[in-house]
Every structure is written in C-alpha cells, then in structure tokens.
Design a protein around this ligand. Sequence first.
Ligand code: NAD
Length: 260
Amino acid sequence: MTDYSGKTVIVTGGAKGIGEAVTRAFAQAGADVFCADVDTEAGAKMAAESEAAAGSITFVDADVSKASVCQALVHQAAAANGGVDILINNVGIQPLDSYLPAHEFPEETWDRIIAVNLKSGFLMTKYAVPEMMKRGGGVIVNTASVQGRQSMKGVPAYAASKGGMLSLTQQLALDYAEHNIRVLAVNPGTIETHLAVESVDGDLEALRSAAAAAHPIGRIGKPEEIATVMLFLCSDAASFMTGEYVNVDGGLMAKGAWAE
Ligand SMILES: NC(=O)c1ccc[n+]([C@@H]2O[C@H](COP(=O)([O-])OP(=O)(O)OC[C@H]3O[C@@H](n4cnc5c(N)ncnc54)[C@H](O)[C@@H]3O)[C@@H](O)[C@H]2O)c1
C-alpha cells in the first residue's frame, strides 16, 4: 500500500458510506484527512477514531454546496500542513422523494441535487487547486456513477449531475495537467450504503438481491472496494492517468442491455 504520510487529503461527504471508507483508508495509510460532512454525529464518531489511524482524521461540519463553506474548509486543511495534496469530491444525494420524471420534478429539488452533487465539485476544485499548486501538484478524484454513463427512469437531476461530473473530470484534467494535477473519476455500481438502501425504502435485503441479479459479479459492492481504487488512483502507480474514469461496478457497464 502507498504511504500517504505527510499528505493532506479532503474528502467531501466523508462521514458515511463510500466517503467514510475513503477517509479511513487514507488515514490508515498515514494521511491527514479532513472529512467534510453535514452529519455531525457520524463525523464526531470518525474523528474519535482518529487516534487509531497512522495519520489523522479531522471532522469539519461543512455543507459543501456553499462557496464560503468550501473556501473555509480548504483554508482549514491547507493551514494545517501548508497546502492540499488530494481532493476527493465524493458527496452525493439522491433523496427518496426525488424519483420522478422531469415534468413532475420540483425545481428546488433539481437545484439542490445539482448543487450538492455537481456544483460542490466545482467549488472545492476552485479553492483547492491553488493549494495544490503550492505543493507542485495534486490529485482530484470525483465520485461519479454508472448513472453518468447509462440511465434509468425517474432520475433526471441525479443522472445530469453524474454525467456533469464525468464531463467536469475531463475538462479539469486539461486545464491542470500542466500543473501536475491529475483529475479522475470513479463510477461505483451499487454499493451498500445509506444512499443505496434509502433508494429501496430501507429494504436492505431487497437491495442486496437486486444488486446481485444486476451485477455480473453476483453481489452488491462494498464501500472499501471503492476506497482501494481511489487510493491507487491518487498514488504514483497511476501517474500517467488523468481525465479518465474507472468503473468499479462488478461488471455492470460491461453488460449490454440485451444481456438480460
Ligand atoms: N451507494 C451507491 O450505490 C452509489 C452508486 C454510485 C454512485 N454513488 C455516489 O457515491 C457518493 C457517496 O454516496 P454514498 O452511497 O456513500 O452515500 P451516503 O448517503 O452513504 O453518504 C453520503 C454522505 O454525504 C453527506 N452529505 C450529504 N449532503 C452533504 C452536503 N451538502 N455537504 C457535505 N456532506 C453532505 C451525508 O451526510 C453522508 O455522510 C455519492 O456521490 C453517490 O452519488 C453511490
């Protein structure tokens, strides 16, 4: 495993689910991780476990859909070690009451999903990039989704936010390649988290069996299986990768629609 000692990492939506696994994995690998989330209870639990990590976990109560909050978060992280090395734009929401076709979709729900899932990635990048430049480089990894590549019924805002995240990944990679900042995305398949369980009304067994049927690998994914890929993408082992996405989806995107 790569040693991330001395590296400053920011993970948005870092207190639960995939973000929690990513926060823990970086901290176990020696990094100083700033875990940004709106769930203060889960965040406090994460920070309390910091002592067991090789690095550290600092919880920051932060709604990353807001510019001033993103700016303060980056400043806090940068002040600790004199810059930022890695940004994981992981936050995402898909509220249960948002599964609607466009003509029934409330405008405020659209705005909220786009603000949290997509605009936060822009805002965090805007403030973190200058801190990466001070370091001579860095890595940004965006959590997109298989839903950014293919779609399903009733998710206009979520699908657009994830497609936007994939386009943003490519675009940012071009602007920052000359600054030694690599920009990548990960597309998870169905991963066992709060967000995924909520999508099936809290029925974990229904989620597991639907995921097992859908994914060629025959089961749902684990948050740790996303975290290990992110740690690889942020390491020098992936030094020639930028502007690219990786599907971590148990083979879902390899399967044509005709495979059913
Ligand atoms: N779980 C899946 O099956 C799956 C599949 C594809 C993509 N994803 C994506 O992975 C990412 C993580 O999802 P997850 O499944 O771990 O979800 P999750 O709900 O378990 O965790 C998301 C975290 O984000 C936090 N959060 C919500 N709004 C926030 C805000 N405004 N500011 C800061 N934090 C906020 C939540 O409190 C929570 O801790 C999301 O971008 C999601 O779209 C998940």
